[in-house]
Design a protein around this ligand. Structure first.
Ligand code: A3P
Length: 873
């Protein structure tokens, strides 16, 4: 007894007991949930079981023209669930975001795949590093889903972070958590569900666990035995309080759990855990469902998909690789099979009449068979000789070529689909070649086209649509078929590669991610091994087997309308520099103009001294302004709406081509358009075209700037400026519309920080130069010296040799011979009465918060702080 009661032992026992209780307590509180799962009886779909094995596929080296039958249509069995087509719901998708929380600064390949899938499904997202999470989430109310790329990181979050995250999820109503455990073990005894183990697979198959409230896009098609990922899996042990999402069946006869679902019954937070990367197609499908389920439908996509398959150049091809009448019959048969799964489907044939009946005699039979079956297909007009439109010098020559195709269509009674065409090698569509757009409208009344070149061919998931000259250009998708691949045995990377794409790979992802899919195929894909028929029949069957997607076809005009109803933000095109993309350069007729873009832009704002700075710069031998033009008066204003839609060539023509001499090559072209600064769309547009440009912003006291604009408007006899004193304009107590407009132009640009932040979203601060507008008036020689230093100009010009103060003008002017000088015109540096005190005080108060913020932003980016700002704050 004594032994046990010794004080040391007693203290030790108390300590041990406290430690154990503390551990148990922490274990319990550390558990993110007390998991309890109840089967959700209100499952949304009746799932049909089936099995998939590529060995059963009809493709066989000896009989590779055989087609498979269609799978049972689900249409009648599906409860119709459509994606938010109405505007209110769609805008909520835009408003809310997914937050991806990564373990490390450098993105893991899993995190990159997650981002790709999210971008491909056009959801908004942000990423942050886990350590900053509580801080990051503060005051951000727009996240509807948190994704962790590491389970280990998630379970080991600090207690404070866990509490914070859980309360965020609850407070924001319906924020779920999705966690990946890839290649990681988490032994954490207090959280049984997460005592995961590494499992190096000897896997027989994978099975979806259904019914399962999460399944929407995903359909349980049975056992998956092929194309299983060739990597280790993390499986979940001891999951009795959670619902398995899918099972992994080992060759040893054991079943493991590869995904877990917590329906949030216990603490109101839904969670899903995946033990494999989304590289595995099933996990990727379930991932999209999980996003929907965990966000309570905020990120939900409709189940409808629209499909168009273009067959380009039906008559174009060398003898020996063209279609015979048997191929045409197989094509029709394939079309029939596809029609079982895709309502209203018909191949869309593009023809170049010049090559009609130019094959072997069997192939000419093929041409005839196409014509005699013309009414079973849709047709679209193409260039007569398959010439790339950008090679035509004029709109007239293009028109003449197109008219020949039109005559061919009339002669053979082809069923031309209204308003649709594409062009060889995407030439003229993007980068836009204006004569093509003009000719398209004049001859064929084209209103819809498609290309895979916008923004660029790769990455494919970022392709977009745009509207130019009222023609809707939709993104076109690739399907693993090449113009020149004719035989299975010569398929690049082997037939296995094509199969991988079809059965869960790239093609499958394309069909599931894109609501509207337009594929381009070519005639030789339907002749020879008929690879296109094989591809589409199998891809569609696979899609029907594993998803609840409804496929159908609609005419291109409808497709165009639908696309921009879904993605109105894409209407406005972005012009990128064609010379930085090899493919674009090859179809851009103006390559000689490649160096004809400016690399320095004075963006404003108006009335801060932009004209003076522009004049001073043009005195420097290494800076050259755009050519003067009567069309645009003083400024080009290219990035503003009206001119931007005139296209790139229009802009480039303002800059002379640079000759090859080295001295000329060092010239920096610049442009000055003072309204760029405060227009919302311009930073994005400018960055797309001129990502490396130097952005020059002049900041003068916004109070003086506002008054200068008012005086400018008085000089232009603006009715509100003529009839109302400045104070009435800036206060607009009468709430008059015309006064409001003038007030806006007086005061809005001066909220400098608001506009500057928009520019900094696109341009790195090192590309931004701030010029002090006050100093530019008082000491331009010094400003120009600092300016040259900031831009690392080699031949530094001493502006004291170029500028002198002109007493009469009251400003610095350019020195001329014999002590004379040339000043800016009458509209710059006007003489007007000083501003009244009342207005000055009013504006001081008005701009104060903006100026305080401006100073902070400038400081945080190590940008020049103008003297007037230092004095005011
Ligand atoms: P005021 O005419 O109200 O004095 P912008 O060229 O951006 O429209 O700016 C015009 C303003 O540039 C003038 O406004 C003037 O204050 C300022 N400025 C700066 N340097 C100048 C100069 N050398 N000559 C004339 N105006 C100058």
């Amino acid at each position: 007894m004594v032994k046990y009661c010794s004080p040391h032992r007693l203290i030790l026992s108390v300590l041990i007991l406290s430690y154990i209780s503390l551990t148990i307590f922490l274990g319990i509180t550390n558990d993110l949930n007390v998991y309890k799962w109840k089967l959700n009886q209100q499952n949304r779909y009746r799932i049909i079981n089936g099995s998939f094995s590529s060995k059963n596929l009809p493709f066989d080296q000896h009989n590779n023209h055989q087609l498979i039958g269609s799978s049972t249509s689900l249409k009648n069995q599906l409860q119709t669930l459509s994606w938010p087509e109405n505007r209110k719901q769609r805008s909520s998708v835009k408003k809310y975001k997914i937050l991806i929380i990564t373990r490390r600064n450098k993105l893991s390949s899993l995190a990159r795949n997650i981002i790709t899938a999210i971008e491909a499904n056009k959801f908004s997202y942000s990423t942050t590093i886990g350590d900053n999470l509580p801080q990051y989430l503060t005051n951000k109310r727009y996240f509807k889903l948190l994704i962790f790329d590491s389970l280990k990181f998630y379970v080991n979050l600090s207690q404070r972070s866990k509490i914070m995250i859980n309360s965020y999820c609850k407070e924001q109503k319906g924020v779920g958590i999705l966690v990946f455990a890839v290649d990681e073990s988490v032994y954490h005894t207090s959280i049984p569900a997460f005592s995961t183990i590494q499992f190096l697979p000897d896997i027989k198959s994978v099975t979806i666990n259904s019914p399962n409230p999460m399944l929407r896009l995903t359909r349980n098609g049975g056992n998956i035995t092929d194309y299983l990922p060739n990597r280790s899996w993390t499986v979940f042990n001891n999951y009795k309080n959670l619902q398995p999402v899918f099972y992994i069946n080992g060759k040893n006869g054991k079943q493991y759990v590869g995904g877990l679902l917590d329906d949030g019954k216990d603490d109101g937070i839904r969670r899903v855990f995946f033990g494999n990367s989304i590289e595995f197609w099933l996990v990727r499908l379930l991932f999209i469902d999980a996003i929907d389920y965990l966000s309570h439908g905020t990120f939900q996509r409709q189940l409808n998909r629209w499909l168009q398959v273009d067959v380009d150049d039906v008559f174009v091809g060398k003898k020996g690789i063209r279609m015979t009448d048997h191929d045409v019959a197989a094509m029709l048969k394939g079309q029939e099979v596809i029609q079982h799964n895709v309502k209203n489907f018909k191949f869309m044939l593009g023809f170049s009449g010049n090559y009609f009946m130019k094959g072997l005699s069997t192939e000419n039979q093929g041409d005839k068979a196409l014509i005699s079956n013309a009414s079973n297909f849709w047709w679209f007009c193409h260039m007569w000789k398959h010439t790339k439109p950008h090679l035509f010098q004029t709109t007239e020559s293009l028109i003449a070529d197109m008219k020949r195709s039109q005559a061919f269509a009339v002669k053979f009674n082809l069923r031309i689909v209204p308003g649709y065409s594409v062009s060889p090698h995407h030439s003229g569509i993007y980068p836009a070649y204006e004569p093509l757009y003009d000719a398209w409208k004049k001859v064929w009344n084209i209103t819809v086209s498609s290309t895979e070149e916008y923004y660029h061919l790769n990455p494919a998931h970022k392709r977009k649509g745009f509207i130019h000259q009222q023609i809707k250009v939709l993104p076109r998708q690739t399907c693993g078929l090449f113009t020149k691949t004719l035989h299975f045995k010569s398929y690049p990377g082997g037939i296995q590669r094509l199969n991988q794409s079809i059965f869960g790979g790239e093609l499958f992802r394309t069909l599931t991610d894109n609501i509207i899919n337009i594929f381009m195929t070519h005639m030789p894909n339907y002749a020879n091994d008929r690879m296109a028929i094989y591809t589409f029949v199998h891809a569609i069957n696979f899609l029907k087997k594993w998803t609840n997607i409804n496929l159908s076809s609609i005419p291109p005009l409808e497709l165009g309308k639908r696309y921009f109803r879904l993605y109105p933000d894409e209407k406005d095109p972005l012009w990128f520099n064609p010379c930085i993309d090899k493919r674009h350069k090859a179809i851009w007729p103006y390559v000689q103009a490649c160096k004809q873009l400016p690399n320095m832009i004075i963006i404003g704002p108006q009335k801060t001294g932009t004209t003076a700075l522009s004049l001073y710069l043009s005195l420097h031998p290494k800076f050259r302004a755009n050519k003067a033009s009567k069309r645009t008066f003083e400024e080009i204003q290219f990035f503003n709406d009206n001119n931007y839609h005139k296209g790139l060539k229009w802009y480039m023509d303002f800059f002379p081509s640079i000759d090859q001499s080295t001295s000329e090559q060092q010239i920096r072209y610049f442009e000055k358009s003072a309204t760029y600064f405060d227009r919302a769309l311009i930073p994005k547009r400018m960055h797309a075209l001129l990502p490396d440009a130097s952005i020059i912003i002049i900041l003068s006291d916004p109070i003086k700037r506002a008054y200068s604009w008012y005086q400018h408007m008085r000089n232009h006899s603006h009715p509100a400026a003529m009839n109302h004193p400045f104070y009435q304009i800036i206060t607009n107590e009468k709430q008059d519309r015309i006064i409001k407009q003038l007030q806006d132009r007086c005061m809005r640009p001066g909220k400098y920080v608001t506009h500057l932040e928009r520019w900094l979203e696109y341009y790195h601060p090192s590309r931004v130069t701030i010029v002090d507008g006050g100093q530019l008036i008082d000491d331009p020689v010094r400003v120009m010296s600092d300016f040259q230093a900031k831009l690392n100009v080699d031949d530094v010009l001493d502006y004291s040799t170029k500028l002198q103060f002109n007493k009469r003008k009251g400003f610095f002017c350019v020195k001329r011979e014999r002590g004379r000088s040339k000043c800016l015109g009458r509209s710059k540096g006007r003489k007007y009465p000083p501003m009244d005190k009342e207005s000055e005080n009013y504006l001081k108060k008005f701009y104060k918060p903006y100026n305080i913020k401006l100073k902070e932003v400038l400081e945080s980016h190590s940008l020049t702080i103008p003297l007037w700002l230092k004095e005011q704050i």
